[in-house]
Design a protein around this ligand. Structure first.
Ligand code: ADP
Ligand code: MG
Length: 275
């Protein structure tokens, strides 16, 4: 479980400006969570804090039994909470693909068999096994993102943060299914930062950040299908793209057809056929 209480953060160059402003969250082991929010709302900063790449200004962060107040915990925190960066070039350390994936497990002092097994599994999970002996520099942006993902998977962390890490991937639907599979089979906790609302609504829980604060923390249905004007206004204010079904339902309302809000395209089709 990750517990965050009254978390504040500011970058050193501008200590007056809180980039995260009183964040409170509990993330249980095995949860599937999507994060959304406008550019600059603080998503990557929160991810870096959870991975201890940044140090909080005040408040509490505890992952399982590891308190972030104790700097001796940094190594353990980083092996428990893995993070795939937004830009794969910041993550890839070796020229050859399989060597890059092996880098993390080697640092965990695993034996060679275990390392080879992990490299193979991780590369298969992102559909890149046949590329294992090739140079990273020959890969496309999306393929590099897959290598960055495989590098973290090979470390086998309990909590995995994806910071817009599938944005350039062609078969990202397939990669997302693999990520869900990790959650189903091994109870991995997934924190998935994305700009793609269609992706976000596949998660059970959606957290939306706006200007350094959490404005929603609920199921995607409760957020996007809410009837309350206050909720609708808040979504509009946050400038988020709406799911396709909601956009469609809003449009067709203008023609006098009132349909119930749903995120399920099959249900939407059913509503229309009965109209
Ligand atoms: N290294 C940094 N130094 C100073 N300010 C930063 C740094 N990284 C991000 N910021 C600022 O912090 C705010 C939040 O950024 P970020 O966490 O990257 O947001 P998001 O990932 O939601 O786009 C932005 O205003 C950004 O300009
Ligand atoms: Mg970001």
């Amino acid at each position: 479980m990750i517990k965050i209480k009254n978390l504040y953060f500011a970058y050193g160059c501008d200590e007056q400006r809180n980039i995260l402003d009183d964040i409170n969250l509990e993330i249980k082991q095995g949860e599937l969570i999507a994060f959304m929010g406008a550019n600059g709302s603080g998503k990557s900063t929160l991810a870096r804090l959870l991975n201890y790449l940044l140090k909080k200004k005040s408040g509490v962060i505890i992952t399982d039994d590891l308190n972030y107040d104790d700097e001796n915990n940094i190594y353990k925190i980083r092996s428990k909470v893995g993070m795939v960066f937004q830009n794969p070039d910041n993550q890839i350390v070796s020229d050859i693909i399989c060597e890059d994936i092996a880098f993390g497990p080697e640092n965990l002092n695993l034996d060679e068999n275990e390392i080879n097994q992990r490299v193979e599994n991780a590369l298969k999970m992102v559909n890149m096994f046949e590329y294992k002996n090739l140079l990273v520099s020959n890969l496309s942006g999306g393929q590099k993102q897959k290598i960055a993902i495989a590098g973290i998977l090979a470390m086998n962390p309990d909590y995995i943060i994806f910071d817009e890490s599938t944005s350039m991937i062609n078969d990202k639907q397939d990669i997302l299914e693999q990520i869900f599979d990790l959650n189903r089979k091994y109870q991995k906790t997934i924190i998935f930062i994305t700009h793609d609302v269609e992706e976000a609504i596949k998660f059970n829980r959606l957290i939306i950040l706006d200007k350094s604060k959490i404005i929603f923390d609920d199921t995607p249905e409760n957020i996007f299908c809410a009837k309350k004007k206050q909720t609708k206004d808040l979504i509009l204010k946050s400038n988020l793209d709406l799911p396709f079904t909601i956009k469609f339902i809003n449009e067709i309302k203008k023609h006098g057809i009132n349909l119930e809000n749903t995120l399920d395209i099959n249900l939407l089709a059913e509503f229309i056929s009965k109209y």
